[in-house]
Design a binder for this molecule. Structure first.
Ligand code: RIB
Ligand code: CA
Length: 312
């Protein structure tokens, strides 16, 4: 039985690889992909999703546009990392597949209400605005979610857009707080994981060696996307964030973490968007999330490379 998922995403080169990994994996059935505003504005993220689906030959995938700004406050974007298109490093043709008329929030609600309870996984790769809005509009969907698997947050690795906060949570802390506290099982792939999976030159070369349009696009994206983090961290490559969400679905044994309480700071100017994970159990707050800390990086890239090579 394939794992039924909704991917909520703000492409973003790393988001694109996550979408491609899901499309290349028969264990996964994508019910729909919903566009979030994040790395770049919504008008670009929804188009980028369709470009990636067509790159993979999957114009059948249903793509929905979501909220164009966070639940509170103004949108913060990251063109300085991803480029003005959000997917600089490779040029893909304008999409011809349709964007669905239904709003992403309504698609999330309608899908959770129509699919059997506890069978749909929500994978969030960007700010959680669409999911937070859906949970606010229809709180009854919370108990129908199989699990929420999110790239976001950080603990021992701190933040990447501020010293305290990771980008996805920082952009919409209210939405993240709602999602992580809704009662559905939550799995978080934070910077503590993604900073351990670096796009080193041999790993990027392995994609280009496919000799396919997918391999060429992926290598181009990674060479562009990593430059910012390589300079910032002085590392051998950039952290590859979002594909870890899909890799966790496919091979959870690649990851290790612990159930703990995870709260989101929404009020402080200094630490807005910080994920406060009670890793050492010093409070009696409920353990609402599986917070990951370790990853088999070679196993992750072996999976990613093997699967993306199948996309022709
Ligand atoms: O902080 C990394 C996250 O922010 C990734 O999801 C990246 O795509 C951006 O959305
Ligand atoms: Ca993302």
């Amino acid at each position: 039985m394939a794992e039924k998922i909704i991917i909520d995403t703000d492409p973003g080169q790393d988001d694109a690889l996550a979408i491609l990994l899901a499309l290349a994996s028969p264990e996964i059935e994508i019910l729909g992909i919903t566009a979030a505003a994040g790395n770049v504005p919504l008008a670009l993220t929804e188009k980028n999703i369709r470009k990636v689906c067509e790159l993979a030959g999957r114009a059948d995938i249903k793509v929905f546009a979501g909220c164009d700004k966070p639940m509170e406050g103004a949108l913060v974007t990251a063109e300085y990392v991803h480029g003005w298109t959000g997917m600089d490093g490779a040029t893909l043709p304008e999409p011809t597949m349709p964007l669905q008329d239904k709003h992403a929030v309504d698609f999330i609600i309608d899908t959770l209400m129509s699919e059997p309870e506890g069978t749909v996984t929500i994978c969030t790769l960007g700010p959680l605005t669409n999911l937070g809005t859906a949970l606010t509009k229809a709180p009854k969907i919370a108990k129908r979610i199989k699990r929420i698997v999110s790239m976001g947050g950080g603990l021992f690795e701190g933040g990447n857009i501020t010293p305290a906060a990771e980008f996805n949570i920082y952009v919409d802390p209210k939405a993240a707080k709602i999602a992580f506290g809704c009662g559905a099982p939550v799995v978080i792939l934070p910077l503590d994981v993604t900073h351990k999976v670096l796009t080193t030159k041999p790993r990027v070369a392995a994609f280009r060696d496919f000799g396919t349009p997918v391999g060429e696009a992926v290598a181009g994206w990674l060479e562009y996307f990593e430059r910012f983090d390589v300079e910032k961290y002085g590392s051998e490559g950039g952290p590859l964030h979002d594909p870890n969400v899909i890799a966790y679905l496919l091979k959870p044994e690649l990851y290790a973490g612990r159930e703990c309480n995870v709260e989101v700071e929404t009020a402080s100017e200094l630490t807005r968007g910080m994920t406060v994970a009670d890793w050492w159990g010093v409070t009696d707050r409920p353990k609402n999330a599986l917070f990951m800390g370790k990853v088999d990086a070679d196993g992750f890239f072996a999976l990613l490379t093997e699967r993306l090579a199948t996309l022709r």
